[in-house]
Design a protein around this ligand. Structure first.
Ligand code: KIV
Length: 270
C-alpha cells in the first residue's frame, strides 16, 4: 500500500479548492499501466470506477462488480499514482445496508490506498455520505444517471429533463454538499441543469455527458482511448482509436511470427 506516495498526492481539499481557480481533470483507471498514464499526463483525480464491470470484465452492467473486485483494482492503481488523487467507487449494495456497513466498506478502500470514495445517489444518501465523511474519509457524490440503479431507471438515458427531476437534482446536490462531500459527479445531465447545479453548490461538480459548465470532467479511460470496439457514446470524445492501433500491432506480430520476421537476431542471445 502506497502510504508514502499518498502524502505527495493531490488531496480532497485541493480538489475542492480548484472550483474557484481551474478545471478539474478526472479519468478512470483500473490497472497499473492505465494509472501510470493518468499520472504522467497530469490528471488531477483518478477514479477506480465500477465501470470496470463494463470495460474490463465485459459485462453489460456494473451490478456484478463486488467489493473484492474493487479493492483488487484499487490496490493496483495505488501502486502507480504519485500525484493524482485516488478515489474508489463503492459498488452496488456496498453502502445501501446501513451506515455502519458503508463506513466499514469505505475504510477497506482507504486500506488499499484510496484517499476517498464515490457513492451513487439513492434515497437518503446524505446520511451515508455524512457517516463516511465523519469517519474522516472524503466522499464524492454522484447524481444524474446512476448505473447501479439501471433496473429502476430502465436504461442508460439522460436524467433531469423534466422540471420535477431537475428540482430534485438541485435539492439532492445541496443535501450531499451539506452532508460533507468534497465533490459531485453529474452523469448524463442536460448542460443547463448541470450549470444550475454547479452554481448552486460550493463544492466542485465533475461532469460526464453534462456539458461544459461543470467544474471538471471525467471520462472512462477505455472509452476516450477507443479500447473497446462498438457503438460510440455521444458524450465521449475518442482521443485515440486504441483498438485499431493495438489490433494492427498484434496483427503485424502474428504475420512476422508466421513469416519468420520475428524474432530477429537482435532479439536473441548468442
Ligand atoms: O464507474 C465509473 O467509471 C463512474 C464514472 C463514469 C463517473 O462512475
Amino acid at each position: 500500500m502506497g502510504t508514502e506516495q499518498s502524502i505527495e498526492r493531490t488531496t480532497a481539499s485541493q480538489i475542492t479548492a480548484k472550483k474557484a481557480s481551474a478545471k478539474i481533470v478526472c479519468l478512470t483507471a483500473y490497472d497499473y499501466p492505465s494509472a501510470l498514464v493518468c499520472d504522467a499526463a497530469g490528471v488531477d483525480l483518478v477514479l477506480v470506477g465500477d465501470s470496470l464491470g463494463n470495460v474490463v470484465h465485459g459485462e453489460a452492467t456494473t451490478l456484478r462488480v463486488t467489493m473484492d473486485d474493487m479493492l483488487y483494482h484499487t490496490r493496483i492503481v495505488d501502486r502507480a499514482l504519485k500525484r493524482a488523487m485516488l478515489v474508489g467507487d463503492m459498488p452496488f449494495l456496498s453502502f445501501s445496508l446501513g451506515e455502519t456497513e458503508a463506513v466499514r466498506n469505505a475504510g477497506k478502500f482507504v486500506a488499499c490506498g484510496a484517499q476517498g470514495v464515490k457513492l451513487e445517489w439513492q434515497p437518503g444518501i446524505e446520511r451515508v455520505v455524512k457517516a463516511i465523511a465523519d469517519a474522516g474519509i472524503p466522499v464524492m457524490g454522484h447524481l444524474g444517471l446512476t448505473p447501479q440503479a439501471i433496473h429502476r431507471i430502465g436504461g442508460y438515458k439522460v436524467q433531469g429533463r423534466d422540471a420535477a427531476q431537475a428540482e430534485l437534482m438541485l435539492r439532492e446536490a445541496g443535501r450531499i454538499e451539506r452532508a460533507g462531500a468534497f465533490a459531485i459527479v453529474l452523469e448524463l445531465v442536460p448542460a443547463e441543469l448541470a450549470r444550475r447545479v454547479t452554481e448552486a453548490v460550493k463544492i466542485p461538480t465533475i461532469g460526464i455527458g453534462a456539458g461544459p459548465h461543470t467544474d471538471g470532467q471525467i471520462l472512462v479511460f477505455h472509452d476516450m482511448l477507443g479500447l473497446v470496439p462498438g457503438k460510440k457514446l455521444k458524450h465521449v470524445k475518442r482521443y485515440l482509436d486504441g483498438f485499431e492501433a493495438m489490433a494492427k500491432a498484434v496483427g503485424e506480430y502474428a504475420r512476422e511470427v508466421r513469416e519468420g520476421g520475428f524474432p530477429g537476431s537482435e532479439h536473441g542471445f548468442s
